[in-house]
Ligand binder design. Sequence first.
Ligand code: DP6
Length: 414
Amino acid sequence: MGKVYEATVTAPVNIAVIKYWGKRDSALILPTNSSLSVTLSQDHLSTRTTIRASPDFTIDRLWLNGVEEDINASKRLVNSITTARKLREALEEKQKQDGIPAESVVPLSQWKIHVCSENNFPTAAGLASSASGYAALVSALGTLYELPQTTSELSRVARVGSGSACRSMFGGFVAWQAGIADDGHDSLAVQVADRQHWPELQALILVASDKKKAVSSTAGMQTTVETSSLFAERVRTVVPQRMEAMKEAIAKRDFETFAEITMRDSNQFHAVCLDTYPPISYMNDTSRAVAGLVHAFNSARGRTAAAYTYDAGPNAVIYALKSDMRDLVELFTYCFPREDSILPDAFYPDPFSIFDSPEQAGHRLTDPVICKLANTVGKYSAGSVRRIIHTEVGDGPRVLPASQSLLNDVGMPK
Ligand code: DP6
């Protein structure tokens, strides 16, 4: 068998603390405002993607979580792949110009590809996977094609797949600079601080059951841009100020400021959704109860010790420092009890060993003040939170060895 041209990578999920909502160009996915996110650990949430290029392949093919999809059905997918191929073509041209004999330049840009991609979290968890998915696609193509572009430059290729994906190209704390150019060359992700900068910062994802299908981000933000008058104010004055204040809070590891801006920005994003006509509402009763409990926790602590944020759905992400996580987990597992049909390990897998065993989740309240708060609030109906994922700040896309490939000898899913 000849040389195999293949790359396998994993890429992380990111959760914005200053939200991206609104496009000034829908085809290139150029945003109306800058945004800022925290990259979450790939040990708990990630997409793994293998891409192989071969002269033997007759068409481009794609498998997502074990099911073959039509790779040409999504314009955005085609855009990302075509853009990466063009960068490879330019590299091949340059190699020839630099005097490398034509027969030694591998024409990868001309070969068809097989793409196989899997999430390490259940799709049923209701977590958006487009950010980690496109970041994995672009990182794998960048590695396979040996592209010389920087990670920021490659983030533009992830951006044309899904806006928020450009931020998953880095670990730690990441800003997506909106840019002003019509061609989008200055609309890219930059790292604000790496994951080591603030290792105490952790996250808790509360997966809230939701029967209704939400309005997609793409459609929702389009209607907001067209109809909301609050939105114009957000883009013009609020976000630019918050971006600066947030960067400073991260630089100083000032959790209270970080947390307050995070909550205010989430609230404003959802307010702008309600100001959209017809209105869009992503949070449900459970989401609102979670937000209320976070404020109650902060009052009990006498400081801003936790922050919630919500994307285009009812799931909450709560940021807190490691030193506050035990009480927070005990409180939330008590007030949002597990439904009997969900196994303890699926409800709260307990990766940081908060409990002696996952069965203890919901049955232990160590701190007397938090215990009092829990008793005052009481329990919401079992199962209104289906799953709790405890994670921390993580690194950017990782290149894996060939042994981790999702494709077999002939380039089909294993
Ligand atoms: C609410 O990146 O999913 O999560 O660019 O149309 O693919 P498209 O939208 P998408 O929007 C994410 C919106 C958000 C906020 C955020 O992540 O900043």
